[in-house]
Design a protein. Sequence first.
Length: 618
Amino acid sequence: MDFFANQERAQRLTRLMLALFAIAVVCIVLAVDVAAGFAYVSYRSTQGHAQDISLSGVPHQVYWVTSALVISLIALGSLERTRALAEGGGATAEMMGGRRIALDSADAAERRLLNIVQEMAIAAGIALPQVYVMDGQPAINAFVTGHSPNDAAISVTQGALKHLERDELQGVVAHEFSHILNGDMRLNMRLVGLLAGIVVLGSLGHFLMEVSYDGGGRLRRVKDLGWLSILGAAACLVGALGVFWGRLIKAAVSRQREFLADASAVQFTRNPEGIANALRCIDDHGSGMVLRYGEELSHMYFSAGLKGFFATHPPLHARVRRILGSNRHLVRGSIDDHANGQGGANTPRTVAPPEPPAEMMTGVGQLTGGQMDFARNLLTALPPQMLHAIATAQGAKVALFALVLGEGLARVPQFNCIRTAAGNTVAQAVARQADWLAPYGPGARLPVLDLATATLRRQPQNDNAATLNVMYQTILADGKVTLGEFVLLALCRQRLLPGKQLVERLSLRQAAPSATLVLSLLRRGGANPRLADADTLAMAAVQTDDALPQSATTFEAIDKALGQLRQLAPRPKAFFIKACFQALNADAPTTAAEGHLLRAICASLDVPMPPQGAWAPV
């Protein structure tokens, strides 16, 4: 399952979605035009103009005006919903009625869910998604919202927390992670925005019907109000056409992606029984949710309610057969489920050997058993007091400062900088956390950064900006700046001060100056050999040390370069990352520290690079 190929496939589905949307708009406009034509003819006949009783006699201006109004209404509906969704995955989850789970939640079921999400995020190499629970939803379901891996939010119903065991819940979460990694999440969010436009006429019709009738179903006794009822009924009929096209588009875009997400979940967890039993449990308890935007977002669910031609998800039986084979059936915990030695949580699992760094491109966006074990072991090994501290805003800030605090003599000016900016108590806490982290090496930096930024993401941006400024001043305090420190700071800035959503469509030629800067900084000096497969970058490596003097570059330059490289299209982005690896590996095998640096660069470009091989030891 090629990450970049999946991203390209999602982009092709986006084009298909836009084409179907355009056809839907044409059909809706034609339907409204016909209705407007009949209304005009009816009106003319009541005025005694019988000779005009035909659609051909309707002035063209009527059709033009009606078409313009309908298109404007659809555009406004889509733009308004897209604007609301642009606030991020967490805001969308809250719009759906979700309650955000705090990282220090005392509820056992919520803690279990948080632990699963944390393990999978660390193993996948992406930012820790925000986690929400849908209170008052007894059915079993889940969905993911957001525009990028750094902006994701996973929502799980109360029924899923109540009825699913850990392995089953892990299978559901892995399915949703697949949607994040495969580009489905962004596609689904765009689809929601478009669907809001083509169903807006139906919503308007229902509103007009409510205005026309009282609570007892009787027409209100208001002069000239009866025409609202007729107009509302017509809008509802046209709205039904919008619902038809909406369901058709969702089915065309989503159905096959669910099979891919199921297969990815099995690969991620190494436990097909987990997700299969979750599907079986849905067959027992149902998956229907009563939500305000349920129709528009049904394609995003782990399991949808519609069946037949318009189903956005394959039938449960078909999904279980794909996962387990044709000899299994839809009975949770049935005897034949274990006939071939593929049991559930108690079945021994083999640990996949770590992948060598040379194969890192094939590991992008993928998860293996070894990476899941790494994440689980890391969370278990980190000091409990540190994990508890990171769950609070103050502790999360301390953790970020600790990530850039040096050792030996370099720590003295940095410690003084933190003490001046935040006080002696905070400085002492930073020193303690830095000492806690020291035994784990560079491999713990990204996971700790993910946990800390997940806590701070909901803090006011002014507070986060002040935190990032202290980090920046701390980095500068020792008189030298490493590329790794720059990238960590840029990544924190991307997580905590997100800008507008970027469209990934740049070519390497358009981003060549930014690629040249980053690749030159990755070079370790030498004879500047030409990088294989990097001809279009037209670059010459710059001789540099890992510790860069302040005069060599600026944070603003690297931050701008990484921001532009985030806009690369999937294949050019893959090409650039391959060139990064070649730049690091040109004169000697890539070290663990360099591997962690490359992972940080990938994370800043929204490319999930899991910990691999020698880059993953704890």
